[in-house]
Design a protein. Structure first.
Length: 206
């Protein structure tokens, strides 16, 4: 199993979409966990995918301390390792806020003000969920849901310029296929094959 930055980010982006869609339609019960999951997943998706864009420019850009990265890269080469984290156990990657700064200032990638504002707002909300608690009135829940939807749309519009076939990737993301379903489909497939072979054999006898 390989779970790279692209797969990781797209997976979270699809999860955010699924939760936002449920909230947008309206829920009699389940608003709380879907709102929480939407906020955390969308924030995570953007953080990971922004890091991917930075890494595509230069890998070192995703690390908060470039000096530590260089030291780890040196050890990685000497030891014949494949990944800097195999030797640099104290390496830390950028926060979302710092990723935005490096994209703009070091990669000359403009990020729309509307998207930057949403990132800042929801990063604060995410921090409350991750580290303390969040309390919203019914009106605030409705406003947050609307803003989340807009945030998602702005994010996807931006990411379309940096990730090929993002809509197709989102369509395929989080697909599940159980062992039972697989075995059932394979049994049906072999039954069809056997029927076709039997039919051909009977036609040859005529």
């Amino acid at each position: 199993m390989k779970y790279g930055l692209l797969e990781n980010g797209i997976d979270s982006l699809k999860q955010a979409y699924t939760c936002i869609e449920k909230l947008d339609v309206g829920l009699h019960e389940g608003t709380e966990h879907n709102l929480k999951d939407a906020i955390l997943s969308l924030n995570h998706a953007i953080e990971i995918l922004f890091k991917m864009i930075l890494k595509n420019e230069k890998e070192y850009l995703i690390f908060s301390d470039i000096g530590k990265y260089m030291a780890a890269k040196s050890q990685m080469i000497k030891q014949g390792k494949q990944n800097v984290f195999e030797v640099g156990h104290d390496l830390k990657t950028l926060s979302l806020v710092d990723s935005v700064k490096r994209l703009e200032l070091l990669c000359d990638i403009a990020i729309p003000d509307v998207l930057k504002g949403a990132i800042d707002d929801f990063n604060k909300t995410r921090n409350k969920l991750m580290h303390y608690e969040l309390e919203l009135s019914e009106e605030e829940v409705n406003t947050t849901t609307r803003n989340l939807k807009g945030f998602y749309e702005e994010a996807v519009t931006f990411l379309e310029h940096h990730i090929d076939n993002i809509e197709e990737l989102l369509d395929k993301a989080r697909f599940e296929y159980s062992n039972d379903e697989y075995l059932s489909d394979m049994a049906e497939h072999y039954e069809d094959m056997m029927y076709d072979e039997y039919r051909e054999m009977m036609l040859e006898r005529e």
